[in-house]
Design a protein around this ligand. Structure first.
Ligand code: T6T
Length: 350
């Protein structure tokens, strides 16, 4: 009975948020796209089929695997030559050489998930200076929260990705609700300088602040996008804080590690977990009560949209490119996990 009430209250909390912000549906619709881009100073389209490259954040991450699948399918549909590459670890020092190698191949456009909001500005600008149309997918660069209309970043044609502040707030509000609105809270995240996870933390802190001190944030650890490290750090926090009530894992690896630590400590159902990202194992953890909400992004759509925009740029149709394309979420709970919509939002693993 207690469990049923708990589940219901999680669901009501999530629904309340969604109803307030966006309407009573588990799909969180994106906000209206930002105005169209101005035509950049870029070279004329190459003869023959245009080529678009996707440079993702890290290899083997279901989120980027799914994004690549969306981009590849859309490229095949629209007659675009497509290739993708990315580093073995989520690190600018490994991603920049890949970007440089891609620039040398002179594609018409690059869709890139920058692994650092500052370190990638200059290398990405090099690509633009080489006449390549530039798009951000997932993460953005700079300090303007993904606003590419500002003069210093107006060479970037679009930022295609989730509203990450909103996502963090949804996840943490749901967990706070399931904690009865009070208690100790902890955040597992990847590394500083990554726009997406930084914004998710910001959204989570908004939810915590809204409790006026009833929820205490006892700490946040950086796991370098490594689930084993996240599990180790979370285990130490659980051991030192037997009254911990809730955890937010800000991405796939952070949440995977946090969930493993909670299960290993025998605290399933006692410590509530908000799981950002939706790989298969997060869905299993949800069904096993180890995590309580899964926030699925729409990476397939990010990949598709970037190819569409890239082709528009190659064709000189800049008016049809939105500077900002938010992709929305599917919020998965134990109530709706078996629906077609929830099942379709689970990330691909290969
Ligand atoms: O959460 C996604 C992505 O949005 C983020 O920028 C990095 O981590 C993921 O790829 C999941 O591992």
């Amino acid at each position: 009975m207690r469990y049923k009430l708990l589940r219901t209250s999680i669901w009501i909390g999530v629904l309340a948020l969604l109803v307030l912000a966006l309407g009573a549906c588990t799909t969180v619709a994106p906000a209206a796209p930002a105005p169209a881009a101005e035509a950049p100073v870029a070279e004329a389209p190459a003869a023959g089929a245009p080529t678009v490259a996707l440079i993702y954040g890290v290899r083997g991450d279901g989120f980027y695997v799914t994004m690549e699948a969306g981009a590849r399918a859309k490229a095949a549909e629209l007659g675009v030559d497509f290739f993708a590459d990315g580093p073995a670890q989520f690190q600018p020092s490994l991603q920049v050489p890949i970007l440089d190698a891609v620039i040398a191949q002179q594609p018409d456009a690059i869709c890139i998930a920058a692994t650092d909001r500052q370190a990638l500005i200059e290398p990405m600008r090099r690509a633009y200076d080489a006449g390549i149309h530039m798009f951000s997918v997932d993460t953005f660069i700079g300090d303007t929260a993904g606003d590419y209309t500002v003069p210093e970043l107006d060479w970037m044609l679009s930022y295609i990705g989730s509203d990450n502040v909103q996502g963090g707030e949804i996840g943490c509000s749901a967990i706070i609700e399931s904690m009865g609105g009070e208690g100790k809270f902890y955040i597992q995240t990847t590394q500083p300088g990554v726009s997406t996870v930084e914004q998710r933390v910001e959204g989570c802190e908004k939810a915590i602040d809204a409790t006026n001190g009833a929820i205490e944030l006892i700490g946040m650890d950086y796991n370098d996008d490594n689930a084993a490290k996240a599990a180790e750090q979370t285990a130490a926090v659980l051991a030192g804080n037997p009254d911990l009530g809730g955890i937010f894992g800000t991405n796939l690896f952070s949440a995977r590690g946090a969930a493993q630590a909670v299960a290993n400590a025998g605290l399933t159902g006692v410590v509530k977990v908000a799981n950002f990202d939706a790989p298969e194992d997060a869905i299993v953890a949800l069904q096993d009560n180890v995590v309580d909400i899964v926030i699925a992004q729409h990476p397939y759509e990010m990949g598709e949209k970037c190819i569409e925009f890239a082709l528009a740029a190659v064709n000189g149709d800049f008016d049809s490119i939105d500077r900002r394309w938010p992709t929305g979420y599917t919020i998965i709970t134990r109530e709706n996990v078996d629906t077609e919509e929830a099942q379709q939002s689970i990330y691909k693993s290969e």
